[in-house]
Design a protein around this ligand. Structure first.
Ligand code: SF4
Length: 350
């Protein structure tokens, strides 16, 4: 098998033991990253590395199993139902936090949409459903339409969200002539249609991606972007500020900058909290007020934690952006900083 560092003979069992994700990247993405001038950074997103054999961690860092209420549906935060629509992606990211099932035969994805819809109907606090996976845009538009048949009649759903990296990997997917009618259905049902893109780097934003985003925006689709802070890829405030400024210019609101998770086989992508905060502050120093809409977030087992600052008192200051316990949301808390810490669990209590 080819790795960034060279060729290595690996047994199938070795790949499985180390949870090595299958390798696949579209020709479009390869051409895009080669021509972008950023290949030396962007290759780490899709090309396998020896580092994957030596990265400790676990395969469910956010407690997804514990929050699964119906096969393929997670209900961690009151307002959001997260639907695992597929285990496939357009290309496979080496840092994927769902590598436990993405790109392999999985028993975690949604099968019974009637059962899922019944759960949502019985939980009026759920105001939006996020179609995720894997990437929902590997599914045909006809299949997506079938899923919407179950979701659109639910009156308390205010929005349908699609989380996708396909605008980076294969933007022509969004030229499907059947898609406008799908988004039109969402609007006619009185709901917002939202696409959350996943651009980690300015070099991933192609002309085709921009053209398709602008076209979908004219169809009333709202856009947000989330990125993951990745060592060797985008751990540079200049690059991330340029990425977010470009998103802003296209009408895509920068939303989350995720701290990379301690995923087995992918924790070598983590950047220390100290460096992450320097980068987050550096991004904000380079953007205008209306461009700095992102939050630097750790999606932890206990909730989504905004990482705020490293104080002069040597403590890391954080605040719950989302938590199962509503009273905890917005509350600032701190932990003593430990050099090299990358995750809440690396910080001592006290
Ligand atoms: S597109 Fe998302 S789900 Fe798919 S491999 Fe990349 S990070 Fe994982």
């Amino acid at each position: 098998m080819k790795f960034i560092e060279g060729t290595r003979v690996v047994a199938e069992s070795e790949l499985q033991t180390n949870s090595i994700t299958r390798y696949h990247a579209t020709k479009f993405y390869h051409d895009q990253i080669k021509n972008s001038g950023y290949y030396d950074q962007l290759k780490y997103i899709v090309e396998p590395s020896f580092g994957e054999f030596e990265s400790p961690g676990n395969l469910d860092t956010s407690g997804e199993h514990d929050n699964t209420v119906v096969l393929g549906l997670q209900h961690k935060y009151a307002q959001t139902g997260l639907l695992l629509a597929t285990d496939s992606c357009v290309s496979y990211c080496r840092f994927c936090f769902r590598k436990r099932f993405v790109g392999r035969a999985s028993d975690e994805i949604a099968l019974d949409f009637g059962q899922i819809a019944r759960y949502i109907v019985n939980h009026p606090e759920i105001s939006n459903v996020l179609l995720s996976g894997g990437d929902p845009f590997v599914l045909s538009t006809a299949k997506l339409d079938k899923i919407l048949d179950y979701l659109l009649p639910i009156p308390h759903l205010a929005s349908i969200r699609f989380g996708t990296k396909a605008l980076a990997f294969e933007p022509k997917r969004f030229e499907d002539p059947a898609l406008p009618a799908l988004f039109q259905r969402v609007h006619e049902a009185g709901k917002a249609a939202v696409i959350v893109t996943h651009f980690d780097h300015i070099g991933e934003i192609s002309g085709d991606a921009e053209r398709n985003i602008l076209s979908l925006r004219t169809q009333g689709v709202q856009f947000f972007n989330q990125s993951v802070l990745l060592a060797k890829v985008n751990d540079d405030p200049e690059i991330l500020a340029a990425t977010f400024a470009k998103c802003h210019q296209m009408g895509v609101r920068p939303y989350y900058l995720f701290q990379a998770r301690p995923v087995k086989g992918a924790s070598h992508f983590q950047v220390s909290l100290r460096r992450g905060l320097e980068i987050a502050h550096g991004i904000n120093q380079r953007l205008s007020g209306i461009q700095k809409t992102f939050k630097y977030i750790m999606s932890h087992y206990t909730g989504k934690i905004e990482i705020l600052d490293l104080g002069a008192d040597g403590r890391v200051y954080m605040r719950y952006h989302q938590n199962k316990v509503p009273e905890k949301i917005g509350r600032i808390f701190s932990r003593p900083h430990l050099e090299g810490a990358c995750w809440l669990d690396d910080l001592p209590e006290g």
